[in-house]
Structures are given as C-alpha cells and as structure tokens.
Write a protein that binds this ligand. Structure first.
Ligand SMILES: [Zn+2]
Length: 331
C-alpha cells in the first residue's frame, strides 16, 4: 500500500506524569514532537482525551495531518495485552483496568493504533534505530522510578506466553531486602532504581550524614532530581558518590544475572537515571557485571548506555507501529 511507504509513523509514550508524542517519517526520522501532562488522577477518559490532543499537537508541529499517518504506536506503563490492544493494569494510572486503549484511540483518531508495554517499546526503539537491528540478542534495561526491561531474542521482541516477559525490575536480588511496590522484598528496582537511591540518601541525611544536597534543597530534600545527583557527584560529594556506586554495583549484579540467563550480544542501559549519570555509572556497572557473570558469557558482549534518552519511548512506539504495518501488509 502506497500509504504505508510514504506515510508517517506516530509514537506515543504514555507515562504516569507526562505524555510524549513524536511524528516520524517513513525512515523513522523525527519530524515533530509534543508533550502534555497526563493528569492521571482525573480518570481514564481525561487521559484518553489528552493523548488525542498530544497526537494532534505533534502532527501540527511536524506539518502533518491525521490523513498522513500510516499507523500509531503507543507504549503504555504496566501490563498490556498487545493482541487485544488493552491495558490490563497500570500501577501509575489510577482506574486503568482492562482499558481498550487501542480501540478507543482508533475511534478518536481514525487511524490504526497498536500498543505495547513501555519498557518493551523502549527496547524496540533502541534496537531498531540506535543498533540498526544488527545484533540478534539484546537486553534493554531502563532505570528510572523503577527498572523496566525489554528482551530482543533472535531479532524479535520476546513477550512470553502471557505478554509479561521482561519484568526484570522484580527479579529478587536481596532476600529480605527493602520492600518493593509489587509487595515483595529485595526486588532489583527496590535496591537499584532512582527511587531506591533517593530513599537511601534521605535515610542517610536523617541519620546525620552530610551532603551538599541539603545546602541546595533543604533538609527534607524535596524536589530532589537525578540532575542534582550528577552535580553533587561532580562536586565530589562523598555521600552521593557512595550511594550511587552502591546502586551501580546492584545494577551490575542484576545485569550479570541477565547475562547468565540470556547470553546477549548487547546490554543497553537507558532511562532517566542513565540519562543523567550514564558516564559516571556505566564503567562501574559494566565492571561489576563482568566480574559476576559466568566465564565465557561476556566474550562478545557489549554493555552500553543508550543515546536516545527521553526519545526512546516515542521512537520505539513508532517502530512498533511500523513493524505492525509491515507484518500486516506481508501476510
Ligand atoms: Zn517488585
């Protein structure tokens, strides 16, 4: 179909606090973007309206109309049934249970809509755009509020038998460790995510330790952000360096587990924490991972930080849309 060859792809990154949309040309070059706040607390219908608004604004920024769109991809947080186009459950979107997101957006925008889990979608974007789909086995690790993962095995996104594969943030790495949002203790994201780092810093400050962060932000460390950690690191702040290196060691241990399980060619790290602190943390993560992985498993392995940053979600969602269109046109 001519439309699929010449049309544009739209990628939507639906997050708990913001919605990002990108419009891409046929070769997946970014033409325009838009960003709106999610307002998840106002309920499902409001969020749906805001996604539609964000898509229209991005199309305007790109100088395109809905008629130019071949397909729209959406990365949604939580458990997604890609085949049905439904969000089964999203911990950061109150009230989202079995929401037929694909069908509702298709109706509102009158274009085909495909959805996927946000971390899976990010991995797909990094794989196809940044890595040019060259390696066969890639693990994507996205570190932010939690730790999300996406597995590309034999060149394909691996979803498992009920589409929940890649929940690497809930691998238990410390028995009886800190409580995780999922209810278990000692999950990887409970010891190595940005949330875990912030919690350790706050506990240390409450315990009387000194850090430049309290001079900048006050004793309660309200509004603490990843960029503050980078600035404190550069200033040589001992507390921040110790806690970040500890988190890097935990990240390396988790990566070693993934290497032993999957023997990938590439482990690519992304997400907000890596965007802010990639150059500082990557060498330590890589060293710890290699030290703990089985001998022989790292022979052809590359551990790297993604350059896509915040654009990984919209890029991956556009890739998802394009993959879907190509698969339907060839079958
Ligand atoms: Zn967990």
């Amino acid at each position: 179909m001519a439309k699929r060859d010449s049309g544009c792809w739209v990628g939507v990154d639906l997050g708990g606090t913001k919605i990002l949309t990108g419009v891409f040309d046929a070769q997946l070059r970014l033409l325009g973007t838009a960003k709106v706040s999610t307002r998840a607390e106002r309920g499902v219908e409001v969020v749906l309206e805001r996604i539609v608004r964000c898509v229209r604004e991005a199309l305007e920024a790109a100088g395109k109309s809905t008629g130019d769109v071949a397909a729209i991809g959406v990365g949604a947080p939580g458990a997604v049934d890609a085949a049905r186009g439904t969000v089964r459950f999203a911990p950061n979107l109150p009230g989202w249970r079995n929401i037929p997101l694909g069908r509702k957006l298709t109706r509102a925008l009158e274009r085909p809509v495909v959805i996927g889990n946000d971390a899976n979608v990010c991995a797909l974007g990094v794989y196809e755009v940044e890595l040019r789909a060259r390696p066969r086995h890639v693990v994507g690790v996205f570190v932010g509020t939690g730790i999300g993962g996406g597995l590309i095995l034999e060149g394909r996104l691996y979803e498992g038998c009920s589409h929940t594969a890649g929940e690497i943030g809930h691998m238990i790495v410390e028995v009886n460790g800190p409580r995780c949002g999922c209810g278990n203790r000692g999950c990887w994201e409970a010891v190595a995510s940005r949330t875990a780092i912030f919690r350790r810093i706050r506990e240390a400050v409450e315990g009387g330790e000194n850090t430049v962060l309290t001079e900048w932000l006050g004793e309660d460390l309200e509004d603490l952000r990843s960029n503050d950690l980078r600035k404190a690191w550069k200033r040589g702040d001992k507390l921040v360096r110790r806690i970040l290196l500890q988190a890097a060691d935990y990240l390396g241990i988790g990566v070693a587990n993934l290497i032993n399980l999957l023997n990938p060619e590439v482990v690519v790290l992304g997400g907000g924490l890596m965007q802010a602190l990639g150059p500082e943390l990557l060498p330590r993560i890589s060293r710890t991972a290699r030290e703990h992985a089985m001998p022989g498993s790292c022979a052809r392995l590359k551990i790297m930080a993604s350059r896509l940053g915040d654009d990984a979600g919209i890029t991956g969602a556009a890739v998802l849309a394009r993959r879907w269109a190509l698969s339907t046109s060839s079958s």
